[in-house]
Write a protein that binds this ligand. Structure first.
Ligand SMILES: [Zn+2]
Length: 188
């Protein structure tokens, strides 16, 4: 998920420009697969790569599918100073607040576009960390919104598929899909 404002803190110290998979690439429509534990080296490198990509593009969250891997994990850092990256592996939302809020969201994979999306104010997430340890944690406001945005990526959904807050199958379908011959890989 894209930041509303570019932070004044340090940026993600890398000289390599990490290309993201961008809308309307059909790859973004893939339903991601579970990550196997213990993590292999490739997956560990992918997590580092995702964190760099998120900071470099001024994101607060980034799903693996956005860098070319359809596996169920995402990184997030909603702090102002970009110093507290977290990774969420095989996440599931186990509880939702009844209260929702509708707001505009941007996506690093859909530059210049916005979706008006209704999200739960509070969610409880089950997920694994890099060591395979299981966690359950409750998130609020911006973090809750960001997690719901990234969880959509794992299902092949985008914030621009929403209309007036609601997810729209028709809008999803009507969006032109192209298959690009260019794909980003972290081990290239
Ligand atoms: Zn996104």
């Amino acid at each position: 998920m894209r930041r509303h404002q570019v932070p004044t803190g340090r940026l993600g110290g890398t000289l390599v420009n990490i290309e993201l998979v961008k809308y309307p690439d059909v790859f973004l429509r893939k339903v991601s697969k579970d990550v196997a534990f213990p993590l292999d080296d490739k997956t560990r490198r992918l997590i580092t790569w995702m964190t760099r990509a998120m900071y470099q593009h001024n994101g607060i969250g980034l799903a693996a599918v956005q860098v070319g891997y359809d596996v169920r994990m995402f990184t997030m850092d909603c702090t102002r100073y970009q110093g507290k990256p977290q990774v969420f592996i095989n996440p599931t939302i186990v509880k939702n607040s009844e209260e929702t809020i509708t707001d505009f969201e941007g996506c690093l994979s859909a530059p210049g576009k916005q979706g008006e999306v209704k999200r739960h104010i509070r969610i409880t997430l089950n997920y694994k960390d890099e060591e395979g340890e299981e966690h359950q944690k409750t998130f609020y406001n911006m973090e809750a919104r960001c997690i719901q945005h990234e969880m959509d990526h794992l299902e092949g959904r985008l914030c621009i598929d929403y209309e007036k807050g609601e997810y729209s199958r028709d809008k999803h379908k009507s969006q032109t899909m192209v298959d690009t011959d260019f794909r980003v890989k972290s081990d290239s």
